[in-house]
Design a protein around this ligand. Structure first.
Ligand code: ZN
Ligand code: ZN
Length: 425
């Protein structure tokens, strides 16, 4: 039955590759994906989807009804990053844009979201043309601003599940540094929750030669940084994975001036609500404690910004989807994966709709390059997501990504009426 879905894949691939190269050449920053959104909307309309643009800013939603059955949501993110591309590809980006702070920055699809958008358009095309193979409702969601971990929330807050059919399952994928053609999967917590704290420590400035007349926020900050290392080492249970990184530490202007304040930017990754709460509380306790210990003239400020939720790929739903992958791709192309410390906001959709999310990774690296790197023990040196050198090979990455979405969707959509026994019709 599903053969009718695949017959078109080969003839589609050249057009999809061109679509991908075009998106890659024209990346857009988070919440500024106007051209990308217009292109995917334009691609969906002739397929029969009811298309709505501007959902949650620059999001695009397509709905395709094919009789009774489950509502299946396929999601792709579409934004790019402020990175200067160094891939040397003929279709490399030279785009520069103004970021929200007003600075001019280079822009690149360094996370592969151009591949995500193209694969979803390809899958939507195959499923729309092969509607005899399924029944139910297909909801395709092109999400903005994943890199800010805000786009999914923006779409939900804009009424995604009130204005459009509420899904029974949310399906999504991410291209990454695996061999092209390979699918990486895992059930349970798959990608970390991320929290960022912006901290201001208050001291009292003065002359560098008279520390007795000042309260030194630099020393306070240094103690905070050291003390924070104890949270994962001494407070988080050893079986739990977590990361606390101080990625930003700023204070002072001159060597003989004690500044008034010091600022820290702290990032946290965790895999359970308990550990997440424990770490956040411990960070606030350490910062408050060090300020008190230093005799700070006023309490520190701790502001939590841009949280990304824990991504849990529902274990049962993932297992069912992976069985469908195995039947289609063969077990040898599937790779069980450990949770990764990167974060994703796709989990917002499943959480908001109260339904399972299934998420997987698929490879974008030339298989021979990966094999050579593995043999030479330098797999970690291969360019991964967010690198200025990250460049998925177009095939078989594109074809595999399209097929994975279609296989997963068909695993959850209903069978067409004519496939059922007479008693059910
Ligand atoms: Zn990214
Ligand atoms: Zn990404």
């Amino acid at each position: 039955m599903t053969d009718i879905v695949w017959k078109e894949l080969d003839e589609l691939s050249a057009g999809l590759a061109e679509f991908y190269r075009d998106l890659h050449r024209h990346p857009e920053l988070s919440f500024a994906e106007h051209r990308t959104a217009a292109l995917v909307a334009e691609g969906l309309r002739p397929l029969g989807f009811e298309v709505t643009e501007g959902v949650g800013g620059t999001g695009v939603v397509g709905v395709l009804h094919r009789g009774d059955g489950p509502v299946v949501m396929l999601r792709a993110d579409i934004d790019a990053l402020p990175v200067a591309e160094k891939t040397g590809l003929s279709y490399a980006s030279t785009v520069r844009a103004t970021d929200p702070a007003g600075d001019e920055v280079p822009v690149m699809h360094a996370c592969g979201h151009d591949m995500h958008a193209t694969c979803l358009l390809g899958a939507a095309t195959l499923l729309a043309h092969a509607s005899a193979a399924w029944s139910g409702t297909l909801l395709v969601v092109f999400q903005p601003a994943e890199e800010l971990a805000r786009g999914a929330r923006a779409m939900v807050d804009d009424g995604l599940f009130r204005r459009f059919p509420k899904p029974d399952i949310v399906l999504g994928q991410h291209v990454g540094p695996l061999p092209a053609g390979v699918i990486g999967h895992g059930g349970g917590p798959l990608m970390a929750a991320s929290d960022t704290a912006k901290v201001v420590l208050h001291g009292r400035g003065g002359h560098g030669s008279r520390p007795e007349a000042a309260v030194d926020p630099v020393l306070m900050a240094a103690n905070v940084v050291t003390r924070l290392q104890g949270i994962v080492a001494r407070e988080v249970p050893p079986a739990e994975a977590a990361v606390v990184t101080v990625g930003r530490l700023q204070a002072g202007t001159k060597d003989n001036i004690i500044p008034d304040t010091a600022e820290l930017g702290i990032n946290v990754r965790s895999y359970s609500p308990q550990t997440r709460a424990l770490i956040r509380a411990a960070i606030e306790r350490v910062i408050g404690g060090e300020a008190t210990a230093s005799g700070a003239p006023q309490p520190p400020e701790v502001e939590w910004v841009s949280p990304a939720p824990l991504l849990v790929s529902d274990p049962d739903a993932t297992a069912a989807t992976v069985r469908a992958f195995a039947a289609h791709f063969g077990q040898e192309r599937l790779l069980p994966m450990q949770p990764v410390t990167a974060s994703e906001d796709v989990g917002v959709f499943g959480e908001a709709a109260g339904v399972p999310t299934v998420y997987w990774f698929w490879g974008g690296l030339d298989a021979e390059t990966v094999t050579t790197a593995l043999r030479e023990g330098r797999f970690d040196s291969l360019p991964a997501n967010h690198s200025p050198h990250f460049a998925p090979v177009i095939e078989p990455t594109l074809g595999t990504g399209v097929q994975a979405l279609v296989v997963a969707a068909l695993a959850w959509l209903g069978s067409p009426a004519e496939d059922r026994g007479p008693s059910q019709v």
